[in-house]
Ligand binder design. Structure first.
Ligand SMILES: [Zn+2]
Length: 307
């Protein structure tokens, strides 16, 4: 029953149109404002079970991801948010990445919930005590593997609450990239000593159709959007993000959101995963090259985030 209410109260429902109506008119930045700018870009990868909470707790895609990862990450810094339970199995690669300047952050222990239950996932609520145990277990895995104490966190499904932020603060985390941007962009903010770096999201919504119902949808800068959008749509979207940042006095930056399983053909039957393919390495590179032709990109890790 709770799920039905959550679904009906989702701000993306069409009857909340009045809340979003102004955003439909949001404009792109004038290009002369960004021409000679240096843009910080944060590539982030959730290094996790195939298909996250929609999968079967398998990690069949990871080997392939690692094998090809130099195609992008050989010369571009990134942050890998790793599930605590996968650290031991992939510790050699994780250490290699850490030693070459990438950051290893934490993505929960077993892809569980770090906030309230949600209508779109089946994961059960975790108490504060359960979350504390999961954090301790994860930190032990990092230590055993010889990795640095992680300082950056991303909650699975971008679901967080203040209980989890309090715990992260106690366990000396300094950055979080879990803010929910599904209902529109969120500005960077702080919680205690934690800097919150939301994934970039287009401030102008679109109407999309889901199961024959209209839904207000904001394009997040995740791999699906990057690989499927035309160069022109992508560029307009980027320029709206920068306009939004300029209007709010935020330094120009982009936070890109990917998953380890998005770079191989899907092994489960799900129409929404059709874009997952080894071609995405090339498609992502094309878009990054395109951006690099427009301004100077400065690749950073989340623990270098400032806005
Ligand atoms: Zn995830």
């Amino acid at each position: 029953m709770n799920k039905i209410f959550q679904f009906l109260l989702d701000k993306r429902q069409i009857y909340f149109f009045f809340k979003h109506r102004k955003n439909f008119l949001f404009e792109s930045i004038d290009e002369k404002n960004i021409k000679d700018e240096e843009i910080s870009i944060y590539l982030t990868v959730d290094f996790e079970y195939d298909y996250g909470s929609a999968g079967e707790k398998k990690d069949l895609q990871i080997e392939n991801f690692i094998k090809n990862s130099d195609k992008i990450f050989g010369n571009k810094k990134a942050t890998f948010f790793v599930q605590g339970c996968l650290v031991d199995k992939y510790k050699d690669q994780l250490k290699k990445w850490q030693n070459s300047g990438h950051e290893i952050g934490l993505h929960g222990f077993d892809h569980e919930l770090w906030g309230n239950t949600q209508w779109f996932i089946n994961d059960a609520y975790k108490s504060e005590f359960e979350r504390k145990i999961l954090l301790e277990k994860s930190l032990t895995e990092f230590k055993k593997a010889g990795l640095n104490h992680p300082v950056s966190f991303r909650a699975p499904n971008l679901v967080m609450d203040d209980i989890s932020y309090d715990l992260l603060n106690k366990f000396k985390f300094k950055f979080d990239s879990s803010a929910s941007v599904f209902s529109g962009p969120v500005l960077p903010y702080s919680f205690a000593d934690i800097k919150i770096a939301p994934v970039s999201s287009d401030p102008k919504p679109k109407i999309k159709w889901k199961s024959f119902l209209p839904f207000i949808s904001y394009d997040m800068f995740h791999l699906k959007f990057i690989c499927e959008s035309s160069k022109e749509d992508f560029w307009q979207s980027i320029k709206r993000v920068f306009n939004y940042q300029k209007e709010n006095g935020i330094k120009y930056h982009l936070i890109i959101f990917m998953h380890s399983w998005e770079f191989g053909d899907p092994s489960i039957n799900n129409a929404s995963l059709k874009y997952c393919s080894s071609k995405n390495w090339e498609l992502l590179n094309e878009k990054l090259d395109f951006l690099n032709s427009k301004f100077k990109l400065n690749y950073k890790t989340i623990n270098e985030f400032s806005a």
